[in-house]
Design a protein around this ligand. Structure first.
Ligand code: GLU
Length: 491
């Protein structure tokens, strides 16, 4: 653990969709900072925008975080002393804070109707001016406004943005960001129904939860000056702001969108959604390793990191704000690396569900024997099924033409299989060291390349062009099955 002050950080997803790699990375960096400094990682569900809800989004987001091993110290399900951790349940707190700004003259009731606002906007458009609220209600005396409100007139609460001057906010990795106050209009913080808008709700919640660092997506950069103005209006201490890099499409052209992901999953077995990744055969260890490096580095050389190593080495000053292209080849690379690193027993446990899902009854005991052949060569866990299903099937099926390698006749292939069977019959076991040397000799005698002879045998035994190493495979099958499959091939 570092000597830094313990950070209180939060991941604040809106339940408008499933967790994608951008959100997962944001959650991860927050989590790492909390763990690195001995602080707390908080999960806060920001559900103020009820219109765009996806019903199972909250559950799915939580499942995805858990699958990655990003566990929250406070939040839904686990509680904590700063709850509730669902923003919509904090509406009364937000409303009270909006009223406080009213009393202090930092916000005001606005009675403008939709018709008036539309008319103002149309005029601004005709004059080619920036469209913005014109401050019509800004100077209504408070007691008069209160009377109108008490009489039932519908109103919102708007924040009073200073009319001139500038607002400068410091982003920890991007430096100072300055905007002219005249470019911001008096934005709404409380709606007519008394519920808060995101900008106010988020700042109030962060403050009351003691958040020290806000690490979030760069799409929030444009809101930053408004967020800062709200905090300053309350005379609260500002958190440290960190706006992360954007993700670009694999081509490097344009921002990554969620919609493209669906096609990608079908076409190339890739997805930007965490919940798909498990199904596609990725390890959480690999996904974490992949995303942590899309915007951060430990040093100039380390590229393989476990979650513990990330926690140990994480610092904000190595975050990089430049846009990064999503590279799925790297994910595949890391997945291979982390699969090789798994303890054999853990690998077996992780491939088992893929056999179950494919309807193949593979016992853990049997898988334990086969697993070493798979663990050293698969890129994704689901490939284990493609490679090894033949171990569990009663029969293998293939097109008879596949048994005849290029440049060979059917009768030559048949002769080769018959000789192979005779050879195997003469051996008292079919272990790899027993079978391979005489098979190489047989290939020579038949004037075949080893690849030709082995290719025929591979199809006969596995029904596949690609399989785990042939002689090790034969060793793992029972003797009877080997002979049955060779005979089947001869036929
Ligand atoms: N609820 C926001 C989102 O889903 C989070 C913004 C923030 O972290 O401040 O992107």
């Amino acid at each position: 653990m570092s000597n830094a002050t313990p950070a209180r950080v939060r991941f604040a997803p809106s339940p408008t969709g499933y967790l994608h790699i951008g959100g997962a990375r944001t959650a991860l960096y927050n989590y790492l900072l909390a763990k690195q400094t001995g602080g707390q990682f908080i999960l806060l569900i920001e559900d103020t925008d009820q219109a765009r809800f996806v019903p199972d989004a909250v559950e799915e987001q939580k499942n995805s975080l858990r699958w990655l091993g990003i566990v929250w110290d406070e939040g839904p399900d686990v509680g904590g002393s700063y709850g509730p951790y669902v923003q919509s349940q904090r509406a009364e707190i937000h409303r009270q804070h909006a009223e406080q700004l009213i009393e202090e003259g930092k916000a005001y009731y606005c009675f403008c109707t939709k018709e008036r606002l539309d008319a103002v906007r149309r005029e601004q458009q005709i004059l080619k001016n920036q469209t913005r609220y014109d401050g019509h209600c800004r100077d209504i005396p408070l007691d008069e406004a209160k009377k109108r409100k008490a009489n039932g007139e519908s109103c919102v609460i708007r924040f009073k943005v200073p009319l001139d001057g500038k607002t400068t906010v410091r982003d920890d990795i991007r430096g100072d960001i300055t905007v002219e106050n005249s470019t911001m209009d008096d934005f709404i913080i409380l709606k007519t129904d008394g519920t808060s808008l995101y900008h106010l709700a988020a700042m109030v919640d962060d403050h009351l939860m003691g958040i020290t660092h806000v690490i979030r997506g760069s799409e929030w950069l444009s809101s930053l000056p408004r967020h800062s103005l709200i905090i300053r209006a309350f005379n609260w201490q500002e958190p440290k702001w960190v706006h992360l890099s954007v993700f670009l499409k694999p081509s490097g052209k344009g921002k990554m969108s969620k919609r493209e992901s669906a096609d990608m999953k079908a076409e190339e077995g890739h997805s930007i959604f965490v919940r798909d990744m498990e199904e596609l055969g990725y390890l959480p260890e690999a996904v974490l390793n992949w995303i942590v490096l899309m915007g951060w580095s430990l040093d100039d050389k380390t590229d393989q990191l476990s979650l513990e190593e990330m926690v140990d080495g994480f610092t904000l000053d190595r975050l990089n704000p430049s846009a990064a292209a999503v590279n799925f080849d790297k994910l595949d690379h890391f997945n291979g690396v982390h699969i090789r690193k798994l303890a054999p027993e853990s690998f077996v446990k992780r491939i088992k569900p893929f056999f179950d899902r494919a309807g193949i009854n593979a016992s853990e005991e049997r898988l334990r024997h086969i697993a070493p052949l798979l663990q050293e060569r698969v890129t994704t866990l689901d490939e284990s099924v493609d490679l090894a299903a033949f171990f569990f099937r009663d029969n293998v099926t293939y097109d008879a033409a596949q048994l005849i390698p290029k440049g060979m006749t059917a009768s030559a292939a048949l002769a080769a299989m018959q000789k192979t069977r005779a050879l195997f019959e003469s051996l008292n076991n079919l272990n790899h060291p027993t079978t391979e040397p005489p098979m190489r000799k047989l290939a020579e005698e038949l004037q075949l390349k080893p690849g030709q002879l082995f290719g025929i045998l591979r199809i006969a035994i596995t029904g596949q062009q690609v399989s785990p190493p042939l002689f090790q495979t034969i060793e793992l099958l029972d003797r009877q099955t080997v002979f049955e499959r060779i005979e089947q091939a001869e036929k």
